[in-house]
Design a protein around this ligand. Structure first.
Ligand code: GUN
Length: 297
């Protein structure tokens, strides 16, 4: 029997814990605040940001949304970040990626106060993660750890294979897997666009995380019997639907579910966790900045 993992159920439990922590903070006069900044006309990015705002409302977090015309000079975004860094009602800042080509991504990530960097992308926070002293774990890979833990899937001593080396998912995912402690201690391989004999590597996985951004690239023949398959991909492909597209993962669900012991669907798998962990980091940020302790799991 293959378990189809219900990401919404895992996310619901986390959101309940986060809401309780938001209430603890509110009782002490601290309303957690998240600023979202969108400098893009991309429909998918607009959708993601509005989902993040809605999740704030559902968990007792105040959201402050900022839109910047993508044709504006980069300095407009940099100055906005400075303003948000200085605003005490804002505990977390999220600049939705990707930003336009004329904006320097590294400057954006470094400009955000590391204490407000709820994405965990600032070099200081990346360094802390790598050295085993994470402040804010990046939301998607942290969510993957939460899914595995919720399903009692042990990582210790297991072969984990991550397909994709993005700064947002692949690299931090692999880093979390190699850390000491729960959710870590895995023997970890990172595969990417230059990997040779990809199928050989993916078939060695007890836990396979697909995060390459290539629709349905992981097929049944690339997965070993009994593997746990986590699909991080969210790809819009043309389809005969009302919107003209459908969302598919990096995993060919139909063939891989025949082999996997557990698999996340798209949508409804990892996606809800990404947003829940952003709420988690925002509440943690509010706690750290106000010195009001909260009991986040
Ligand atoms: N774009 C796609 N995923 C993410 C994310 O997790 N954070 C930000 N800031 N932008 C993204």
């Amino acid at each position: 029997m293959t378990t189809i993992i219900d990401g919404n159920a895992v996310a619901d439990d986390i959101r309940a814990d986060v809401s309780a922590c938001a209430e603890t903070l509110a009782d002490e006069g601290v309303t957690p605040g998240l600023a979202t900044v969108l400098m893009s006309d991309d429909g998918a990015s607009e959708t993601y940001v509005s989902m993040k705002q809605r999740a704030c409302a559902d968990t007792g977090i105040e959201s402050f949304h900022h839109e910047i015309d993508p044709d504006e000079p980069a300095e407009v975004l940099y100055d906005r970040i400075d303003d948000l860094n200085a605003d005490p009602s804002v505990h977390g800042i999220l600049v939705q990626m990707p930003v336009p080509d004329h904006v320097d991504k590294a400057t954006v990530l470094e400009r955000i106060d590391p204490m407000k960097d709820v994405d965990g992308f600032h070099p200081e926070n990346v360094g802390r993660l790598v050295s085993g002293n994470a402040r804010y774990k990046p939301c998607t890979p942290h969510g993957v750890q939460k899914i595995l833990a919720a399903h009692d899937i042990e990582t210790e001593g297991k072969d984990a294979v991550v397909v994709g080396r993005s700064d947002i998912v692949g690299k931090p995912m692999a880093n979390l897997f190699i850390q000491y402690g729960p959710g870590g201690n895995a023997t970890t391989t990172i595969c990417h666009s230059r990997t040779e004999n990809l199928g050989e590597k993916t078939r060695s996985a007890d836990i396979l995380v697909a995060a390459a951004g290539v629709p349905r690239m992981i097929e049944g023949s690339m997965v070993s019997e009994g593997a746990v398959v986590i699909d991080v991909g969210v790809n819009r492909v043309d389809a005969d639907t009302e919107k003209g597209y459908e969302l598919v993962g990096d995993v060919d669900f139909g063939s891989v579910r025949e082999k996997a012991s557990a698999i996340t669907p798209v949508p409804g798998g990892v996606g809800p966790l990404t947003i829940a962990m952003l709420m988690y980091n925002t509440v943690k940020a509010a706690s750290l900045q106000s010195d009001v302790p909260v009991d986040l799991p």
